[in-house]
Each structure stands twice: as structure tokens, then as C-alpha cells.
Ligand binder design. Structure first.
Ligand code: ADP
Ligand code: ADP
Length: 226
């Protein structure tokens, strides 16, 4: 089964900047997929379009068979997004932020509370559930965004540079956590500019440069050629 299928995707920003020039890409269900590329390559734009936050100019997106244009809500429901920038309300508590997201997806209150506890526990945030989010360290904020992205149990988790600016110890524990949820069946796509991160986590990768996919292969054969 295909988790994500992108066909001839283009994006031109308002000022005329072309960020994506006809990108096509396919990610299998269950994959741990890395999207690599230098700054400005188009990674965030591509992820933004897939997670329905940025409008595309042309092309087709399907997520588990759902067409983004025909059924954006099905696409939204299938995806959990961990953006690069902290985008929660920093005056709300950790638990509230996760519960709000559950509310957005229409998850009943009791189930939402159970799931919030489960994901906050597994990310080491349960003791901080009543803390106002703005008081958390950068690493804990990043983990809060992961818990928030998982509360509706999406089939596809997308993370934009999840370990940028995260210290080595926390990076390792985040890697372990992501491997664990991938083993449990969640498809994962992450962007990174660390080849080491892609090498350690991903089976398949695409390299994007100046809005074009320049490589789409498995990590092993790429490393053999380098
Ligand atoms: P990456 O995530 O790989 O660093 P981006 O998708 O953020 O790349 O950016 C791709 C290109 O599009 C860059 O040249 C960037 O400057 C441009 N860009 C990104 N967002 C906008 C925007 N909102 N308006 C205009 N140009 C943008
Ligand atoms: P707004 O743009 O007003 O913040 P939205 O209705 O777009 O609100 O989204 C509400 C909440 O859901 C926000 O926290 C947003 O970050 C999150 N969200 C929106 N789309 C997605 C998605 N595809 N996956 C995960 N979270 C999403």
C-alpha cells in the first residue's frame, strides 16, 4: 500500500519564487522515509503542502488513497505534523495543548484524556502536564509537539527537522521513540540536513535540491556510492 503519492507538484510563491518544479514521489505504507536537502531546497514547502497548511500551485497529492483536493479532511486526519517552529500557545499547559488538538479532531473527551496521558508518558512529559508550555526547555517543547501530533493516532507522521538544535542525548532518545512508533506501524517522513540522521533512521530517502528531486533511493545504495 502507498502512504503518500505526489505527482508533478509545483509551487510558486506569491512573489514569483518557484519553490517546487514538478516533484513526484512515492512513500510506501510502513516506511521510515527521509527527505534530505540543503536549506532553501523546498523541504518545508513540500511538507506544508502535504499537511494541508500551504496551497499548491499544481499537481496531485494522495495520502492513503485520499486525494487532497477532493477530501482534505481525510488527508488531515491521516497526518500528524511536527513543524520545525514551535507553534503552540505558550500560555497553555502541556496537557491542554494535547487535549485541544484531540478536540480539533473530534476525539471524545475521555479517550482524549487517555491518549494524552499515554503519549505524554511515553515522551517523558507527564510530570510536566500542568506546566505552562512556554516554561519548557527546547527539547521538551519539541517532544510536546510530537505528543500533540500523535493524539489522533495518524497513520503518517511527518516531522520537519525534528532534531535541529537538540542535544545529542535527547536526539538519541527521540530516534528510539520514532523507531518504536514506526515498528508499531506508523509511516514516518522526516526532513533533515544531517546525513547521519537519515543513515541511522531511514530505509528510503529522497534528496531535493532547488525544488527538484535529484535522488530517490534506499539509504544503503546511496552510501555505497558516496
Ligand atoms: P527548506 O525547507 O528546504 O529549507 P523551503 O521550502 O523553506 O526550503 O523554501 C524553498 C524556497 O522557497 C526558498 O527559496 C525559500 O526562500 C522560498 N520560500 C519559502 N517560503 C516562502 C514564502 N512564504 N514566500 C516566498 N518564498 C518562500
Ligand atoms: P489555525 O490555522 O487557525 O491555527 P487549523 O484549523 O488549521 O487552525 O488547525 C488547528 C490545529 O490543528 C492547529 O494546532 C494546527 O497546527 C493543527 N493542524 C492543522 N492541520 C494539521 C495537520 N494536517 N496535522 C496535524 N495538525 C494539524
Amino acid at each position: 500500500m502507498t502512504a503518500l503519492s505526489v505527482t508533478d507538484l509545483t509551487k510558486t510563491y506569491a512573489e514569483g519564487k518557484i519553490a517546487l518544479h514538478g516533484v513526484s514521489l512515492s512513500v510506501d505504507a510502513g516506511a521510515f522515509f527521509g527527505l534530505l536537502g540543503p536549506n532553501g531546497a523546498g523541504k518545508s514547502t513540500l511538507i506544508g503542502i502535504i499537511s494541508t497548511l500551504v496551497n499548491k500551485s499544481s499537481g496531485t497529492i494522495r495520502v492513503f488513497g485520499h486525494d487532497l483536493d477532493r477530501d482534505p479532511w481525510a488527508v488531515k486526519s491521516a497526518i500528524g505534523l511536527v513543524p520545525q517552529e514551535f507553534n503552540f500557545n505558550s500560555f497553555e499547559t502541556v496537557e491542554q495543548i494535547v487535549l485541544n488538538q484531540a478536540g480539533y479532531y473530534g476525539i471524545p473527551r475521555r479517550l482524549a484524556r487517555r491518549r494524552a496521558e499515554h503519549y505524554l508518558q511515553s515522551l517523558g512529559l507527564w510530570e510536566r502536564r500542568d506546566s505552562v508550555a512556554g516554561t519548557l526547555s527546547g527539547g521538551l517543547k519539541r517532544r510536546l509537539m510530537i505528543a500533540r501530533a500523535l493524539v489522533h493516532e495518524p497513520r503518517l507522521l511527518i516531522l520537519d527537522e525534528p532534531t535541529a538544535g537538540v542535544d545529542i542525548e535527547l536526539r538519541r532518545s527521540m530516534w528510539d521513540f520514532l523507531r518504536h512508533i514506526n515498528d508499531q506501524g506508523t509511516t514516518i517522513i522526516l526532513t533533515t540536513h544531517y546525513l547521519e540522521e537519515a543513515e541511522s533512521l531511514c530505509r528510503d530517502i529522497a534528496i531535493i535540491d532547488e525544488g527538484r528531486i535529484v535522488e530517490n533511493t534506499d539509504v544503503k545504495s546511496l552510501l555505497q556510492r558516496l
